[in-house]
Design a protein around this ligand. Structure first.
Ligand code: AMP
Length: 378
């Protein structure tokens, strides 16, 4: 099915083409008609499935169909997200798809970790507000936003929102919303905890379940090296040079290690930055933006950014250190081979980790050839 068959405004189709999307992804062809029809949606889909555009496109289309209203502090659409990174990412999709529309549609992502004052000002005249729960409540508390005119509520990555302990904040936010509204709930998984949110939020929803793309590692080429801790740095530099890697995401298991690996790469003339929980929000955003734009060769990260963050179809991911759980392994290697492009994920394994590594492979039901790097000269 082409995008044209989805009854979207031609200006939106033009923006889709500009982004290089050729065909709707399954969640898009399923969700767009339902959202356009004004129904509630429960979408079970992970990052990487194309879920963001599946709600952004029909929401923009609906806003285009309505005549513009007076500027106010009353957004018509609220998108709640668990993390700052996801807020920025969803904000970018809204921005990309709202270019050159016949009617200006203003959206903005607000999140903690940065000054609240510019956000307070920016809310005036917004159509779409994308927010993390804490910052939204702060803005509400200082009367910078009035949620009583929200017509569409999107809850993105609801399972993560609950895991991060946002239940109370969400309930509080619901109190500020009008009862009559359209609700779109997206979650990577279905859980008992989600039942409560589903009950209070959704009315007779259409359920869309998308097979787990990230856990479908079949498009990802996996390879590994047995390597001692001392030789990991030289092996990493050797691989980056030998394979002429222009964009590679390297995972470590601690922020300290991430800093150390990035420092050593830089010292050896390879452009690298690290990102982890102890970095400031602006450092995290900047490194991620540079990396996504292809201006930074190596990003060294902890699992913090592995979940939820979409870095499009990376050619290379390197596990400098093994993650603790098979799930994290899948999330890490899932950063490559996205949206139908092949990728290569390389894993460094020390001899002591052999057993743990075998457990991961067994859980993933994948075989991986592991080369002993002892004889390699680098
Ligand atoms: P998401 O699951 O929303 O994080 O999207 C995953 C990735 O797929 C993003 O990098 C999008 O830019 C990309 N994407 C979304 N829709 C399409 C499409 N129809 N065709 C190709 N890529 C897409």
């Amino acid at each position: 099915m082409p995008f044209k068959a989805l009854n979207l405004h031609p200006a939106l189709i033009a923006n889709i083409i500009k982004l290089g999307y050729e065909q709707p992804m399954p969640i898009q062809s399923q969700a767009i008609p339902i959202v356009l029809a004004g129904k509630d949606v429960l979408g079970i889909a992970k990052t990487g499935s194309g879920k963001t555009a599946s709600f952004v496109l029909p929401i923009l289309n609906k806003l285009l169909e309505r005549s513009p209203s007076e500027k106010s502090r009353q957004p018509k659409v609220l998108v709640l997200v668990p993390t700052r990174e996801l807020a920025i990412q969803v904000g970018n999709v809204f921005w990309d798809l709202s270019q050159e529309l016949p009617q200006t549609i203003k959206s903005k992502a607000v999140h903690g970790g940065v000054s609240i004052n510019p956000q307070m000002k920016a809310i005036y005249g917004l159509d779409v507000l994308i927010a993390t729960p804490g910052r939204l409540l702060d803005l509400e508390g200082s009367n910078a936003v009035d949620l009583s005119k929200v017509q569409i509520l999107v809850l993105d990555e609801a399972d993560k929102m609950l895991n991060m302990g946002f239940q109370k904040e969400m309930q509080e936010i619901f109190e500020f919303l009008p009862t009559k509204r359209q609700n779109l709930l997206f979650s990577a998984t279905l859980s008992k905890a989600l039942d409560g949110i589903k009950r209070v939020m959704l009315t007779d929803p259409e359920v869309i379940q998308i097979a787990d793309k990230v856990e479908d590692v079949s498009l990802i080429n996996l390879s590994g090296f047995f390597v001692s801790d001392e030789r990991k740095g030289p092996l990493l530099r050797h691989l980056i040079k030998e394979k002429d890697m222009k964009q590679v995401l390297v995972f470590t298991s601690s922020g300290y290690k991430a800093d150390n690996v990035a420092y050593k790469l830089t010292k050896n003339g390879i452009d690298a930055l690290s990102i982890h929980g102890k970095k400031s929000q602006s450092q995290r955003t900047e490194a991620l933006e540079q990396f996504k734009a292809g201006e930074l060769q190596v990003l060294v990260a902890t699992d913090l950014i592995s979940r939820g963050i979409d870095i499009n179809a990376l050619p290379y991911v390197i596990n400098y250190e093994l993650p603790r759980s098979p799930k994290d392994f899948v999330h890490r290697v899932g950063r490559t081979g996205r949206a139908d492009k092949e990728g290569l994920a390389i894993t460094f394994v020390t001899r002591e980790e052999t057993h743990h590594f075998k457990v991961i492979l067994k859980k993933m039901k994948r075989y991986m050839e592991v080369v002993d790097s002892k004889e390699m000269v680098f």
